[in-house]
Design a protein around this ligand. Structure first.
Ligand code: KG4
Ligand code: ZN
Length: 338
């Protein structure tokens, strides 16, 4: 069995999976402490990880009905992410490994997201990956574990960050992505024609800061917003995001087909992959290009330790080695992985 800890941002999560990849127990504790600040406060997050881990680690073992003697490997997210949180999770997992005389595997958070679809679906390599989280917006061709070919990335904000900042402007709590999605359901999506930065650009990079600024300018024209206005802002904003993601995904699919004619899978992963309207539009796009689309179930879209345990299992099975000396890295891109 594998025991995993995820503490790279503001979710504290632990999981135990067996060596076939079945999830035996999985706990995700969202830190509510950050809501009133409108964003994650790193120092508060680190302290909260310590408190929460003390509670959920015993719970995780109890739920799985196992003890440390059944654990074959300990692992944790070692980056990218907030260094304080990464240190907390890694020190705890390494200590458990040392105390039980078992190996420790350092896991890349983005690899966790990238492979998370495989937990419940038999998604074969290679696939095109759209990774949309609070910290990243990237497009890859994933050929196999350890072979991540970056096609494009955001040149400023990530899509999740843009959702959260716009939600804050509209008076919604943090993290705001899901609140925008909810309000957008009743809004008019072409009420405002917000910019779609880089949409006509043929490369696969993204940009969201211009959209965020345009939203700010439009919102600031109003002294206060009523429900209808909030719904319309949400719907029009979300439509801009959808158009950008759809266009870049289409370019990525066309590029990938040129490079690897047999490729026919498209994966959307990360916290923003929880958004139904985004998934619906990408599903239509994939249908048009005869691609199969895969996304993780809601419980595995956001940050979670099950995906970390899963990535660890895959690495272990491929013969990758333990590394108790690995130092957590705030920056650690997928294409640095081998
Ligand atoms: O992957 P994740 O949990 O954390 C990072 O690795 O960053 O992603 C968190 C992001 C937040 O920005 C959050 O607002 C966004 O995912 N998110 C959503 C939705 N649910 C979560 N964005 C849009 N629509 C949603 N339904
Ligand atoms: Zn994440």
């Amino acid at each position: 069995m594998i025991f995993a800890i995820e503490t790279s941002c503001d979710e504290t999560s632990t999981a135990i999976i067996d060596l076939e990849g079945n999830i035996l127990s999985h706990i995700v504790a969202n830190q509510q402490e950050h809501e009133k600040f409108g964003g994650v406060v790193p120092e508060i997050a680190s302290r909260a990880h310590i408190q929460i881990l003390q509670r959920i680690i015993p719970e995780t073992f109890k739920k799985a009905g196992v003890s440390n003697s059944s654990i074959k490997i300990y692992c944790s997210t070692c980056g990218p992410g907030l260094i304080g949180g990464l240190l907390v999770g890694t020190i705890v997992a390494k200590s458990m490994a040392i105390a039980n005389n078992k190996p420790f595997y350092p896991i890349n958070h983005l690899e966790g997201h990238a492979l998370s679809v495989q937990i419940n679906n038999n998604v074969k390599f290679p696939f095109v990956l759209l990774l949309i989280t609070g910290g990243h917006t990237q497009m890859y061709i994933v050929k196999e574990i350890g072979s991540y070919n970056l096609l494009g990335t955001t040149i400023d904000d990530s899509v999740g960050e843009c959702f959260d900042k716009v939600a804050k402007m509209l008076g919604m709590p943090y993290p705001g992505g899901k609140h925008i999605e909810l309000k957008a359901l009743n809004g008019i999506k072409n009420k405002y024609n917000f910019p779609r930065p880089l949409i006509k650009n043929k490369n696969l990079n993204f940009s969201f800061s211009g959209l965020k600024t345009a939203m700010k300018i439009e919102i600031n024209k109003h002294n206060s917003l009523n429900q209808k206005q909030i719904e319309n802002f949400s719907a029009s904003f979300q439509q801009s995001i959808i158009d950008i993601l759809e266009k870049k995904s289409e370019l990525a699919i066309e590029y990938a087909k040129n490079k690897i004619p047999e490729i026919n899978s498209f994966v959307v992963a990360g916290g923003v992959a929880a958004n139904k309207s985004i998934k619906n539009s990408l599903t239509l796009l994939c249908k048009k290009h005869k691609f199969k689309i895969y996304y993780p179930p809601l419980s595995l879209c956001g940050d979670n330790a099950a995906m970390i345990a899963w990535a660890c299992l895959k690495r272990y099975k491929l013969g990758y080695k333990e590394d108790i000396h690995f130092k957590p890295r705030p920056r650690w891109s997928l294409n640095e992985l081998r």
